[in-house]
Design a protein around this ligand. Sequence first.
Ligand SMILES: CC(C)(COP(=O)(O)OP(=O)(O)OC[C@H]1O[C@@H](n2cnc3c(N)ncnc32)[C@H](O)[C@@H]1OP(=O)(O)O)[C@@H](O)C(=O)NCCC(=O)NCCS
Length: 145
Amino acid sequence: MPLLRIEPVGDATLEDWRHVHNTIIPTDPLSSDEVRERVVRNHLEVAYLDDVLVGCATVRPPVGDSATATVIVRVLPAHRRNGYGEEFFAREMAHARASGARTIETIVLASNVDGLRFALSHGFVEVSRYLPPEDDDPFITLRLQ
Ligand SMILES: CC(C)(COP(=O)(O)OP(=O)(O)OC[C@H]1O[C@@H](n2cnc3c(N)ncnc32)[C@H](O)[C@@H]1OP(=O)(O)O)[C@@H](O)C(=O)NCCC(=O)NCCS
């Protein structure tokens, strides 16, 4: 039985999505307007346990000949290792597949040990790294094999 209540990003949930994103990705904080711009292009959701904010997710729709979608789930550190990431990831993967994705990628900040372990244990393999200018924490792109 699902434990999480998962809601799409709208006016009532946008700031919660942004809070989780900016807490977990402090090197790339987003403004409210940037989230509003992303929600037009991407599938953004927020996860709650009853009314407690637990995490957020981004699914970028499939692109290119390989129909590659990007699936990223984020769970706040205080709520990790309870199985919420697994439940949330399964839901977002199902959304990506239903959108026509044939290849799945995810993106993890190199310093994010929990995220990297999760991706590797779910069959993802590193394919590239991107280091933003004047930064020292690369984003790692991993592809599901
Ligand atoms: C990746 C992420 C979403 C995982 O969230 P999570 O809620 O901790 O995920 P889960 O609880 O499902 O699984 C994490 C670990 O807890 C374990 N676990 C699950 N339920 C548990 C329980 N009740 N008691 C103890 N351990 C448990 C899992 O077996 C897993 O162990 P492992 O790392 O040794 O394989 C989280 O670490 C995160 O937000 N990272 C940063 C964002 C990121 O990099 N995302 C990219 C990946 S898509």
